[in-house]
Design a protein. Sequence first.
Length: 507
Amino acid sequence: MAIIRRKVGTASIASNANRGLGHERGRYNPFVKRDVASNPLTERYASREMSYLFSADFKFRTWRRLWIALAEAEKELGLPISDAQISELRAHANDINYDDAERREREIRHDVMSHIYAFGLQAPSAKGIIHLGATSAFVTDNTDILQMHEALQIVRRRIINLMAKLRDFAWRWRATPQLAFTHFQPAQLTTVGKRATLWLHDLLLDHRDIEFRISQLALLGVKGATGTQASFLSLFEGDESKVNRLEHLVAEKVGFTRSVPVSGQTYSRKVDAQVVAALSGFAQSASKFGYDLRLLQHLREIEEPFEEEQVGSSAMAYKRNPMRAERIDALARHLIINSLNPGMTAATQWFERTLDDSANRRIAIPEAFLAADAIALIYDNIIAGIVVHEEVIAANVRRELPFMMTENLMMEGVRRGGDRQVLHERVRIHSQGAADAMKSGASTNDLFDRIAGDELFGIDRETITRLARPEDYTGLAKQQTERFVIEHVDPVIAGERVDNVTEDLRV
């Protein structure tokens, strides 16, 4: 099925994603720069779709969208702005004269004023009304919110795609017995599908969190230098209703329904902290999955996909390292730690604004989204090609099942006339003996034979074999999986179009 796409302004992210990303023929990864410091998130791991959202091109196009929206709204509310001026601005909404802007920024050290200047060169009749009444945060902060809104939509879509694939995996394997562990020690039996629901439930929580964050995003709006809207009140000669209407009009023109009710020069940096915390939550879920898969691969029960010509080790050619799961854990660690950055920024802002947030936010927010995007794509790639080794799983169950059946066998012995306390001691002795034998190299667990040979139990080997059905010891794992999928997961994915293949993955 087709990938979900969202429009951003007049051009889709997908249609602009290749701008500025050269494709050299013959290179394994043309995104890697050879002569400057490298950013692996953009050059190796994240999608072009997400990378474009946090590109200079997207940012400066959005600035122009906002300037045009402001001019249109001010004109509609009676300011002396002409149709010709608006038309001239619209004509150059996307063909940004970067050379002019960059040359001007080298002179005046101010990116917003440099782009106002460059826009004015292309639209000379309108240069006097560009950015009218606004401060820099009008374009920078509103753009940040628009970026995060679109980026959250991408992450949301990725999570739904993951949920759809994991849902099918859990359903397929819902009844297959598998060892369950506590402290990474065999504890009881679960099913392959039930364990997958633990990963799936974490994603469901992340989906809800991302949905909530999307619903709570609001633009900065048109607030002026310290958030009082004084400049706009002056423009409209004290007419408060026009100032309020201006804010609504600008928001509507860029696809939003509301702006924050109060602010300083910037919107509260707590918004950034809350959004990145939600991304960190997804990273935590993915990391847990990654660690589980690495352990399962060590047990040879379930493996991530391994390509036909893939090399696992430069020295040990036989190895099939879980490199994708390890990469998830590595990127998740970066994102989880990075979530401290927006929180510290929010905590250290002074009054209506200081500029010590700027450099940090330029790094922390894009990297959080790029990392989340990369993690989701790798996660998707693993689930799409995950390999289940049923025979190994069954063999591991057979090896440990005798220990897990001891209480049932003890109760059967009591039913046949044995003393519960005496049988408990015999179970302890036989279990330790069987375990010691396995630790000494025995290929099978002989606990059943030991109990069958103990007259105090009075249970023959045939009866024990009849009782040793793994599916009888998985509790409600199958039923829980079915209820969870039907009642909680299916309603989320119902009606959603999900992608059956990994999107734009560079692994």
